[in-house]
Design a protein around this ligand. Sequence first.
Ligand code: HEC
Ligand code: HEC
Ligand code: HEC
Length: 97
Amino acid sequence: MPSLAANGHGAVGAGACKMCHRTQHDSWSASAHAKKGLDCEACHGNGADYKAMSIMKNPAAAKAAGLVLPTLDFCRKCHGAKADAALFARVHAHKAK
Ligand code: HEC
Ligand code: HEC
Ligand code: HEC
């Protein structure tokens, strides 16, 4: 199954993201992705080295520590041509900006 987890960093599991990203976590938990085992780190890269608040608050540091924002190309590996901007926006709930 396609995954972006392998970024050279350790895995921590979705529970380690929940305390700071409850909105995304709760929506993901109820999704088909969770049932298939496609977790936060499969889409955002393993998080052991970016999950600290000091790193997370600094986008460049988080990226350097393995954080990924998946693009439509990744979604297409499973969703094919059905992966469009509308599907992308619904990947999980987002906190109001
Ligand atoms: C200690 C709190 C904390 C933890 C734990 C945490 N994050 Fe974050 N994360 C933040 C903060 C703060 C930001 C920046 C502002 C925001 O989006 O709230 C952020 C931003 C992000 C972003 C957006 C980055 C961008 O450039 O737009 C993603 C994706 C993300 N985190 C994923 C994760 C994942 C996946 C995990 C678990 C492996 C995780 N975070 C764990 C606090 C945390
Ligand atoms: C199927 C892939 C996928 C999974 C699984 C996934 N995300 Fe995301 N996530 C995305 C995409 C796509 C975006 C939007 C990126 C963009 O706008 O460029 C995103 C954005 C985010 C953001 C930035 C703020 C926001 O909501 O837009 C955070 C924080 C985040 N995800 C956390 C998580 C956490 C925590 C989990 C697990 C509980 C998770 N994600 C699971 C694909 C995923
Ligand atoms: C490993 C395969 C896989 C990857 C990669 C994947 N998905 Fe999915 N996704 C699924 C499966 C399986 C379902 C449930 C069946 C369906 O609806 O196609 C699903 C369902 C969804 C749903 C809910 C169904 C719907 O039409 O509303 C959304 C939204 C979604 N995915 C968005 C995304 C986005 C955006 C990405 C890329 C960031 C992505 N997915 C990456 C396998 C995947």
